[in-house]
Design a protein around this ligand. Structure first.
Ligand SMILES: *Cc1c(COP(=O)(O)O)cnc(C)c1O
Length: 396
C-alpha cells in the first residue's frame, strides 16, 4: 500500500475502462440491460452490485467508498445521500425495539432529533452521558444496551470523547459503537484505531471539502457495511452518481486541504487568545482546551473548527456583540455547514434556539456570545484581518 497522499490521487480508477485519466460519471438510474434472465437475477440478488440499480450501488460510489475505507482503515464503506442518511442507516442497522442506546449530551442537531424523538417512537430507549467524563459511560450502560453513539470532537462545543476508553468498555460488554468523525476528518483521527466499530461522516463537510455536494459514509467491517447496505435499500438514502463523482474529485486534495486548515485554525485560535474582546477560545490544539491532553493522544491534527466567546457585561450584550461581529465579517460567510475550502462562521445560540431549551443549550456547552468558526484555506493574514475589523465594530 502506498502512502495515503498517493492513494488519494490514484485510487478509484479501476472502473475507468477508457484511456481517460479521470473516471467517467455513470449518469444513469439503471445499469444493467442483461443478456438473459439468469444474469439479471444474479445481478438483482448480489449484495452491493455496482451495475444494477442506483440504490444497490454505482461504479463511482464503489470506488469512492473503497478510498474512504482506506482513509479510515476499515474493511469496507458505504456511501449515502447525506450525513444524516449515514447516521440514521447505521443506527437503524444496529438497534431494534426494546434496546437501549447510550449517547452524549452534545451531538449534531439532527442526530439529536433522531436520538430524542425518532428512536423512542420505535421503542428504543436512549440515555445521555457526559462525553468528557469516562465514568458516565459506565454508569449509563444497562443490560439491554446495544449501541453507544459517539461524536468527537462534538458539534459545536468541541468536547472530546475518549475513544480508546469507550471502545474497550463497549467491546468488553459486547456493545456496538458508532462514532461521527465529521469534525475531525480521517486525516486527523481514525476512531477504528481505538476499537470503535462503525465510523460515520457527513462527507458534505471535510471529505467533499468544497460545499458543493451532500453525502455521507458508513465505514466498518464488511459484515457491518453489508448489513447497513440492506437497510439503505429500504431507507432509500443512496448517493446520486454525480455527487459520488464530485466527492471522489474533492477527496483528491483532502490531505492538502486538511493540513492547511489545521495550520490556519491553530494560528487564528492563538491570535484570538490575545484579543481582549474574546473571553474564551476553544480549539483542540490549544493547551487551554480542557481536553488538550486527550486531543494529543487520539488526534494527529486539531481540525479547522474553533469556537470563540465574545465578552460583554451580560448575556444580552454578549449575544448582541456576537451578532455585530458576524454581521461585519467579509471573508467568513454566515452560512450553515463546515469543512469546506472557504471560511464560515455561525452563531449557535441563534441556530440551536429552535431545537433546545436553555438547560439543554447549557448542557451542550452553548452560550450567547459563542461563535462557531470553520476555518478554510484562505491566507491566514486575511482571516485575522477580517476578525480584527469585525471585532473593532463592537467598540464603535
Ligand atoms: C453536518 C453534520 C451532519 C449531517 O450531515 P448532512 O450531510 O448535513 O446530512 C452530521 N454530523 C455532523 C457532526 C455534522 O457536522
Amino acid at each position: 500500500m502506498s502512502h495515503i497522499e498517493t492513494d488519494l490521487i490514484h485510487s478509484g480508477k479501476t472502473f475507468n475502462n477508457t484511456p481517460a485519466v479521470v473516471p467517467p460519471i455513470y449518469q444513469t438510474a439503471t445499469y444493467y440491460a442483461a443478456d438473459n434472465a439468469v444474469d439479471y437475477a444474479k445481478a438483482a440478488t448480489e449484495a452491493r452490485h455496482p451495475y444494477f440499480y442506483h440504490r444497490h450501488g454505482n461504479p463511482v460510489s464503489s470506488q469512492t467508498a473503497e478510498l474512504i475505507a482506506r482513509l479510515e482503515g476499515t474493511e469496507a464503506a458505504l456511501l449515502t445521500a447525506t450525513g444524516m442518511a449515514a447516521i440514521s442507516t447505521a443506527v437503524l442497522s444496529v438497534v431494534k425495539a426494546g434496546d437501549h442506546v447510550v449517547a452524549q449530551h452534545s451531538h449534531y442537531s439532527a442526530a439529536n432529533i433522531l436520538l430524542k424523538e425518532l428512536l423512542p417512537q420505535f421503542g428504543v430507549e436512549v440515555s445521555f452521558a457526559d462525553q468528557s467524563d469516562n465514568a458516565s459511560f459506565d454508569k449509563a450502560i444497562k443490560a439491554n444496551t446495544t449501541l453507544i453513539y459517539l461524536e468527537t470532537p462534538s458539534n459545536p462545543n468541541l468536547a472530546l470523547t475518549d475513544l480508546a476508553y469507550v471502545g474497550a468498555l463497549a467491546q468488553k460488554a459486547g456493545i456496538t459503537t458508532v462514532c461521527d468523525n465529521t469534525f475531525a476528518s480521517p486525516i486527523n483521527q481514525r476512531p477504528g484505531d481505538f476499537g470503535i466499530d462503525i465510523v460515520v461522516h457527513s462527507a458534505t463537510k471535510y471529505l467533499g471539502g468544497h460545499s458543493d455536494l451532500t453525502a455521507g459514509v458508513i465505514c466498518g467491517s464488511q459484515a457491518v457495511v453489508d448489513k447497513a447496505w440492506k437497510k439503505l435499500l429500504s431507507l432509500g438514502g443512496a448517493l446520486a452518481p454525480f455527487d459520488s463523482w464530485l466527492l471522489l474529485r474533492g477527496l483528491r486534495t483532502l490531505s492538502l486541504r486538511v493540513r492547511q486548515i489545521n495550520e490556519n485554525a491553530l494560528a487564528l485560535a492563538r491570535w484570538f487568545e490575545k484579543q481582549p474582546l474574546v473571553k474564551r477560545v476553544l480549539h483542540c490544539g490549544l493547551p487551554s482546551h480542557p481536553q488538550h491532553g486527550l486531543a494529543k493522544q487520539q488526534m494527529r491534527g486539531f481540525t479547522g473548527m474553533l469556537c470563540v466567546e465574545i465578552d460583554g457585561e451580560d448575556e444580552q450584550e454578549q449575544f448582541a456583540r456576537a451578532q455585530t461581529v458576524l454581521n461585519h465579517l467579509r471573508i467568513f460567510a454566515n452560512a450553515a455547514s463546515l469543512g469546506g475550502v472557504e471560511s464560515l462562521a455561525v452563531h449557535p445560540a441563534s441556530m440551536w434556539g429552535m431545537h433546545h431549551s436553555p438547560e439543554q443549550k447549557q448542557k451542550a456547552g452553548i452560550n450567547d456570545g459563542m461563535l462557531r468558526i470553520s476555518v478554510g484555506i484562505e491566507h491566514i493574514e486575511d482571516l485575522i484581518a477580517d476578525f480584527e475589523q469585525a471585532l473593532a465594530k463592537c467598540s464603535d
